[in-house]
Write a protein that binds this ligand. Structure first.
Ligand code: 2IT
Length: 450
C-alpha cells in the first residue's frame, strides 16, 4: 500500500474508531486513488488526504416536535458541510432511525466526489435526522420538518448550502422544509433547497432523475460490451424513488425489472414492472407502507419470497442494488458471482461492503459500476434546479433530459479515461474515484491552504 495512504488511514481509524461507515468509504476511496497519489507528490505536501478526512464543518442540533397527541419528542439533526471547494455545499437530507454522525459523514464524503464527477459547480454535504417518518401523520411530518428547518436555516442558503431529499425525505418533506425556510427568511429563495414541487421552483424530472440516470449509465456500460438494453432483465433492491425511476426508464427502453426486493422479502414478476398500472401501484404501495412489498404480489399475481434478498437469481442480466448502504456483503457477493450475471451496477450510496466489492471486482466475468457515478444524475438535476432558480425560469423536460444524458455520458467517459490513464484497464470503480478525487484535490490546491 502507498505509505501516505497507509499513514492517513491509520490516523483516521484511530481518531474515528466509532464511525464504521465513514471509515469504510474513506478506505475504499483512498486505496483506489493510490496511483494518482504516486503520480502527484504535491498532494501529500499539501496534506490533501488529512484535509479530506475532516469535513469543513459539522453541525449537530436538537429537534423538538409535538405529535398528534400533543406529546413532545426530541430527535437529533445533522448537517455535515463536507467540502465546498467546487461550489456551494450540495447533498440530501436523510430521515431514518439509523441516522448517526458516521452515516452522515460517510454520505457527505461520497457526495463530495460524486458532485465533483458531475462537473457542475457544487460541493459536497449531507444531513438528516434519526427521526422515523414511518407511520407518522401528515401533521407530525410537517411539524417535524418545521422544527428541523428552524435550526437548519441559519446554516444554508442558495450560495452557501442547498439540501435536497434522500431516504425518508421526498417532495412533501422538501415542501414543508422550504415553506419554513421562506417564512423565516422572508424571501422567496428557491435555490436554498432542491427537489421542490413544480409549482414552487422545482425542476421537471427531478423525481425520476436518479433512476433514469442510472439506466443511462448502464446503457453506456452495455454499449462498451457491444450489448443493447432492449430485452434485458434486471433485479433491483429498493422500490423507492430511485428503484421506481429504474423500473420506469427500463420499461420505456424495452427492458424490464423482473425482481425487486423490499424490507419484507422480494417480488418475482416474470413479465416485469412495465405497465403504467404496475408503475403507479409501486408509488401507491410505497406511500401507504414502505416496509412491505408483498401487496404487489397479491395484486398482480406475482411471486413473493419472504425474508430474503433476490441477489443470486440467475434469470436476469443485471443487478442494481438501489436500497441502502451495505446491502450486499461477501456472502451475497459470492451468490452473485455464482449466478453468472455479468453486470453489477451499484445505485444506492455504498450498497456493497468493501470486501464484497473487492471480491466482485476480482471476478473476471463481472463488470462493476460504482454508485457515486451511477446515481449522480439525482444531484445533477438538483443542480439544474438551482440553475433554473437562479435565472428565474423553468426548463422543458426535453432540455433537462438532454442535460441528464450529457452529464451521465461525461461521467462514464471521465471514469473510463481516468482508469486507462493510470494503467488500470476497464475499472469503472477506480476510474470514478480518481476522476472525482483529482477534481476536488486540484480545486483545494488552487485555493491555497486553509
Ligand atoms: O445521494 C444523493 O445524491 C442525493 N440524495 C441527492 C442529493 C441532491 O442534492 O439532490
Amino acid at each position: 500500500m502507498n505509505a501516505y495512504v497507509e499513514r492517513v488511514l491509520a490516523e483516521t481509524k484511530a481518531k474515528n474508531a466509532n464511525e464504521p461507515e465513514f471509515l469504510q468509504t474513506v478506505e475504499e476511496v483512498f486505496k483506489s486513488v493510490e496511483p494518482l497519489l504516486d503520480a502527484h507528490p504535491e498532494y501529500e505536501d499539501a496534506c490533501i488526504l488529512e484535509r479530506m478526512v475532516e469535513p469543513e464543518r459539522v453541525v449537530e442540533f436538537r429537534v423538538t416536535w409535538m405529535d398528534d397527541q400533543l406529546k413532545h419528542h426530541v430527535n437529533r439533526g445533522y448537517r455535515v458541510q463536507y467540502n465546498a471547494s467546487l461550489g456551494p455545499y450540495k447533498g440530501g437530507l436523510r430521515f431514518d432511525p439509523s441516522v448517526n454522525l458516521s452515516i452522515i459523514k460517510f454520505l457527505g464524503f461520497e457526495q463530495t466526489f460524486k458532485d465533483a464527477l458531475t462537473c457542475l459547480p457544487i460541493g459536497g454535504a449531507k444531513g438528516g435526522s434519526d427521526f422515523d417518518p414511518k407511520g407518522k401523520s401528515d401533521g407530525e411530518i410537517m411539524r417535524f420538518c418545521q422544527s428541523f428547518m428552524t435550526e437548519l436555516q441559519r446554516h444554508i442558503g442558495q450560495d452557501i448550502d442547498c439540501p435536497a431529499g434522500d431516504i425518508g425525505v421526498g417532495g412533501r418533506e422538501v415542501g414543508y422544509l422550504y415553506g419554513q425556510y421562506r417564512r423565516i427568511k422572508g424571501a422567496a429563495e428557491f435555490g436554498a433547497l432542491s427537489g421542490k414541487a413544480l409549482t414552487t421552483g422545482g425542476s421537471i424530472l427531478r423525481p425520476e432523475a436518479t433512476g433514469y440516470g442510472a439506466v443511462y449509465y448502464l446503457e453506456e456500460v452495455l454499449k462498451h460490451d457491444g450489448e443493447d438494453i432492449k430485452g434485458k432483465k434486471i433485479a433491483i433492491s429498493g422500490y423507492g424513488n430511485v428503484g421506481w425511476g429504474i423500473m420506469k426508464k427500463a420499461a420505456e427502453l424495452g427492458a424490464a425489472v423482473t425482481y425487486f426486493a423490499g424490507p419484507d422479502g422480494y417480488i418475482y414478476d416474470p413479465e416485469g414492472v412495465v405497465t403504467e398500472e404496475k408503475l403507479n401501484y409501486i408509488l401507491e404501495m410505497r406511500a401507504k407502507d414502505p416496509m412491505h412489498c408483498k401487496p404487489y404480489a397479491d395484486k398482480f399475481g406475482a411471486t413473493f419470497v419472504p425474508g430474503t434478498k433476490c441477489w443470486g437469481v440467475k434469470d436476469v442480466d443485471i443487478y442494481m442494488p438501489a436500497a441502502t448502504q451495505n446491502d450486499v456483503n461477501l456472502e451475497w457477493a459470492k451468490k452473485i458471482a455464482e449466478s453468472g450475471v455479468r453486470y453489477y451496477i451499484e445505485v444506492a450510496n455504498m450498497p456493497t461492503t468493501n470486501e464484497a466489492l473487492e471480491f466482485l471486482k476480482s471476478q473476471k466475468h463481472i463488470i462493476v459500476a460504482p454508485s457515486k457515478a451511477v446515481n449522480a444524475c439525482g444531484v445533477s438535476v438538483s443542480e439544474l434546479e438551482m440553475a433554473q432558480n437562479a435565472e428565474r425560469l423553468y426548463w422543458t423536460a426535453e432540455e433537462v433530459d438532454a442535460q441528464m444524458h450529457k452529464i451521465m455520458k461525461n461521467i462514464y467517459n471521465a471514469s473510463v479515461e481516468a482508469a486507462e490513464r493510470y494503467g488500470l484497464g476497464y475499472d469503472l470503480v477506480a476510474g470514478a474515484n480518481i476522476a472525482g478525487f483529482q477534481k476536488v484535490a486540484d480545486a483545494m490546491l488552487a485555493q491555497g491552504i486553509f
